[in-house]
Design a protein around this ligand. Structure first.
Ligand SMILES: C[S@@+](CC[C@H](N)C(=O)[O-])C[C@H]1O[C@@H](n2cnc3c(N)ncnc32)[C@H](O)[C@@H]1O
Length: 246
């Protein structure tokens, strides 16, 4: 998608992000991440409007963030406690945060917002370089489901209410593992078109990215409540740490 850069997601979505992007798992995610952090320092890549970072900070953890979008971070700043979280504006594929962290996390499928394998690998390398010796990198991703595409495309009703409908139209390129989405939001007030390019990766490919960064898979769950990961899992929460740690 021409002209779609790291800051574009926020430009298009910051105003209604909190209202339209609730995965319904925030409490479970916060509980597991707080447990994994063990009181240590925390960095969220793609912190957004602070959906998870703010409740983690409210639990007393030292949380920092990075995000490419000044618009998303402006929303974070408006919330109680949002002004106290140090945030670097930057691209997670070229991370420029100082220091090392006991827990770095990148959740809600956001690794896939980097639209090339090369950028995703770089993101893993950057995360690994910012981990303490026994630090961990936690990612949450969907498990790709290419059965939804017919002739490499799909249209589905993503949302529907008395006042509107959101259609999700997508084109799939199985060679590059890219999906270009258009969300067409129609209400009685008009129509808004919101593009979203993504590049998906299978769990095993993500493990290889970790290996290239000197990290090994320490744990993989099928959900934030440590559900077993199996062939029916729609998503995974994966924990990586340096190869030398037990
Ligand atoms: C789906 S939101 C996730 C926000 C937050 N982590 C959450 O779980 O609610 C995606 C976020 O990734 C950010 N983002 C997209 N591409 C990025 C990049 N290359 N580097 C840093 N942040 C990026 C967007 O600005 C947005 O805040």
């Amino acid at each position: 998608m021409k002209g779609y850069g790291p800051a574009t997601f926020g430009k298009l979505n910051a105003d209604d992000y909190d209202a339209l992007h609730d995965p319904g798992t925030t409490d479970e995610a916060v509980a597991l991440l707080a447990d994994l952090a063990k009181g240590g320092s925390v960095l969220e890549l793609a912190i957004g409007t602070g959906r998870v970072a703010l409740p983690l900070a409210a639990r007393g953890l030292a949380v920092q963030g990075l995000d490419a979008s000044p618009d998303m971070v402006a929303k974070l700043r408006e919330k109680p406690g949002g002004a106290d979280i140090p945030v670097v504006i930057g691209d997670m594929a070229n991370m420029t945060v100082d220091g090392k962290f006991d827990l770095i996390f990148l959740i809600f499928n956001t690794l896939f917002n980097l639209t090339s394998q090369e950028a995703q690998v770089r993101c893993f390398k950057n995360a690994a370089a910012h981990l303490t010796d026994d630090g961990i990198f936690v990612v949450e991703m969907f498990v790709p489901d290419v059965t939804q595409f017919h002739n490499h495309q799909n249209v589905r009703t993503a949302r529907l209410s008395e006042t509107g409908v959101t259609l999700e139209a997508s084109l799939h390129d199985p060679v590059t593992q890219r999906i270009d989405f258009q969300y067409i939001r129609m209400t009685d007030k008009g129509t808004k078109i919101v593009p979203l390019p993504m590049r998906y990766a299978w769990p095993q490919e993500i493990d290889l990215m970790a290996q290239l960064a000197g990290l090994d898979l320490k744990n993989r769950w099928g959900g934030w409540q440590r559900e077993r990961f199996n062939a029916d899992s729609k998503m995974h929460v994966s924990v990586y740490g340096h190869r030398s740690t037990p």
